[in-house]
Design a protein around this ligand. Structure first.
Ligand SMILES: [Zn+2]
Length: 479
């Protein structure tokens, strides 16, 4: 029985987050907008109109190209008409790019869950306009043109993926990168990141590519992974049964969790591409390109390595802290303000700051807690001025307050009680109130000491210094 390997290439469509569409001034913000309310004569292709290219689209696409390690950019690239008839394409053609795209020959490196890096080649990257949306309702076909002219980057990878798992990780890291670069919100459910997968199989060790099928329009990363996996298994079953793979286009049925055949695939020649006569070529000077590359922020993978190396934190921490750009910036600012052990800051950020972010459904950049305030709270705990639990409460209290953490501690009397007399009196009271536990302890259940300390902490509202409390309780219990 031969062993098979999968050969998968992706075609991704990324919605760039410009305010207006690619060739007109209509707003791109049409999620949940009533149908056909963000349209004009240009994006609906009425006769006599002329498109004009939104320069921000090119700028954002160039940032994308730079992040994909594209070595060089076409000094002149052309828009082209892709001709096909479909009801949600009002012009009868889509303005895209064909054999003279903006950029090509790039690569994207990303970590797999086991820590190994994978590098996928990027064959080409170009800009284009989106088409409209067809909705089927009561056996009628309804058309919404709001998405017509929404700017997209299409990015085509090499046939470099060998498993559905790799495809899933690629999409997770691509989404992270797009948000990091602030060029797309990359929300798959809103169609801002779409992915078609070309899937074929071959006997391991063979070089030749076999007939492939294309999976289209899957709306979540988990579904892409499932769809690719089930298509690999289907192809293996077909080949083992002696049948040929046919060049189908497949869709994913979300409810059934299964693939279904959409149509036999059209070939590229059917599109009768030609250069768009109404638009000038896109010119990118070498100075513009050099400026784009030099202004690229440090990318997630590089920042992750640097965090491990410079701060001596575990790779796991570095991965969590660089999941999102504003969180990584929050961490660095807090480390700088704290000036002590970065691992301690990492613990607070990963546990407590992330919890606040989740509770408030916000990002580190929007959080009411500032990095320097976190650093001050950590120092107060380290010096023993306040207990750990008071520190955690302070994280919430300091948000939106015009007082510093130290002022809150001072003015609200939150400092830890280390005073021997005060703690002894409280401990004596607890012993008096719990004669059964005292007897048990004295009878040999020394593990009860934790319970007594817990009582002290509760009575003092978390302000008792647990170390001193423990010492005093032990003396009283054993004395
Ligand atoms: Zn328009």
């Amino acid at each position: 029985m031969p062993e098979y390997e999968a050969v998968i290439g992706l075609e991704t469509h990324i919605q760039l987050n410009t305010k207006s569409k690619i060739f007109c001034a209509c707003s791109t913000d049409s999620w949940r907008a009533p149908p056909n309310t963000h349209i004009c004569p240009i994006c609906t292709g009425l006769p006599g109109v002329l498109p004009s290219l939104n320069r921000r689209v090119v700028e954002k696409a160039l940032i994308m190209a730079a992040a994909m390690n594209v070595g060089e950019i076409a000094p002149e690239s052309y828009l082209a008409r892709k001709n096909y008839f479909y009801p949600d394409l009002p012009k009868g053609y889509q303005i895209s790019q064909y054999d003279e795209p903006l950029a090509g020959n790039g690569s994207f490196e990303f970590p797999m869950p086991d820590g190994n890096l994978r590098r996928i080649s990027i064959i080409k990257l170009h800009i284009e306009e989106d088409a409209g949306k067809t909705v089927y309702k009561n056996s009628k076909r309804l058309i919404d043109f709001n998405r017509c002219g929404v700017p997209l980057v299409e990015m085509v990878t090499g046939p470099d993926f060998r498993s559905a798992e790799e495809v899933g990780q690629f999409l997770i890291r691509l989404r992270q990168l797009l948000r990091w670069l602030e060029i797309s919100d990359a929300d798959m459910e809103r169609g801002q990141l779409r992915c078609d997968a070309n899937v074929s199989i071959r006997e391991r060790g063979q070089q030749r590519l076999n007939t492939k099928t294309e999976i289209k329009n899957v709306n979540s990363i988990a579904n892409v992974r499932d769809a690719v996996q089930s298509e690999i298994q289907r192809q293996v079953r077909e080949v083992e049964a002696g049948r040929k793979i046919e060049s189908w286009t497949l869709g994913w049925d979300d409810d059934r969790g299964a693939l279904s055949k959409m149509r036999s695939k059209e070939t590229e020649a059917d599109y009768r591409y030609f250069r768009e006569p109404d638009l000038l070529p896109i010119q990118t000077s070498s100075e513009d390109w050099a400026a784009t590359v030099s202004q690229l922020p440090e990318l997630p993978l590089a920042r992750r390595s640097r965090f491990s190396a410079d701060y001596g934190i575990p790779d796991y921490d570095a991965g969590v802290l660089t999941e999102e750009r504003s969180l990584s910036e929050f961490f660095e600012a807090a480390v700088a303000a704290h000036g002590g052990d970065p691992k301690r800051v990492s613990n607070w950020v990963m546990n407590d700051v992330l919890r606040l972010i989740r509770e408030q459904d916000t990002s580190a950049g929007e959080l009411g807690l500032r990095p320097d305030e976190l650093a001050e709270i950590i120092r107060l705990v380290e010096r023993g001025t306040i207990s750990n639990s008071v520190g955690k409460e302070l994280l919430t209290q300091v948000q939106g307050s015009d007082r510093t953490p130290s002022q809150i501690v001072e003015e609200d009397g939150l400092a830890q009680v280390t005073d021997f007399g005060e703690l002894s009196a409280a401990a004596a009271q607890i012993l008096e109130a719990n004669p059964d536990q005292v007897a048990a302890y004295r009878g040999g259940k020394s593990g009860l000491i934790g319970w007594f300390v817990g009582q002290m902490m509760q009575e003092s509202g978390g302000q008792a210094d647990p170390k001193s409390a423990r010492k005093i309780l032990e003396q009283l219990l054993e004395g």
